[in-house]
Design a protein around this ligand. Sequence first.
Ligand code: SF4
Ligand code: SF4
Length: 201
Amino acid sequence: MNELPLPEPLVQRLKNIYRALEEDYDEVARQLQFSCSGCPDNCCDSYFLHYTYVEWAYLWQGLRELPPVRQKNILDRAGEVVRVCREELAHGRRPVVMCPLNENGLCVLYPYRLLVCRTHGVPAVMTLPDGRRLSFPGCYRCQEVVRGRENDAGVPFVDRTKLLQLLVMLESELLQGLHSPRPRIRMTIAEMLVKGPPTLT
Ligand code: SF4
Ligand code: SF4
């Protein structure tokens, strides 16, 4: 099956979105004096789902830059992660399984990591097209920091709305003009790896 092409201008725009999200995150983290350093946890074992073809295709760009043996090791791990996650979900449990891209605590595709990997941590909000506002309290460590500031006027947070709208625009540009509309996706990173890069059909 033919691979879904990811044109370079879209890659550049995706990088800009990622950069802006990171800047917003860093600013809130700075105001809260919060960082991941010294954390006994590693969020890379969290069960997160991802929703865009553009990020999926970009992740594969990164994977292909690794030597073939390394790619194979990652894909083998991804297969195992998918298997374990399915088993956990079938038993009604939320999986806690390390991401196949994490080696020795570090992300091997750090520049290509997905939006959720870049935004989890500090408090955030997002306004949906229907006007509903979603709030994310941040990770448990950040929530402790926030609790310590409860009496302060206004806890800082990232407003993801505008940058997520830009990502949605990017996604629709990537998919527009395809012969058949592509189904909506909800995939883990392991599933994105096991399935191979997104295709045209
Ligand atoms: S986001 Fe929070 S829980 Fe995750 S590694 Fe950083 S400090 Fe730890
Ligand atoms: S892609 Fe990288 S940062 Fe994201 S969960 Fe996997 S190892 Fe962690």
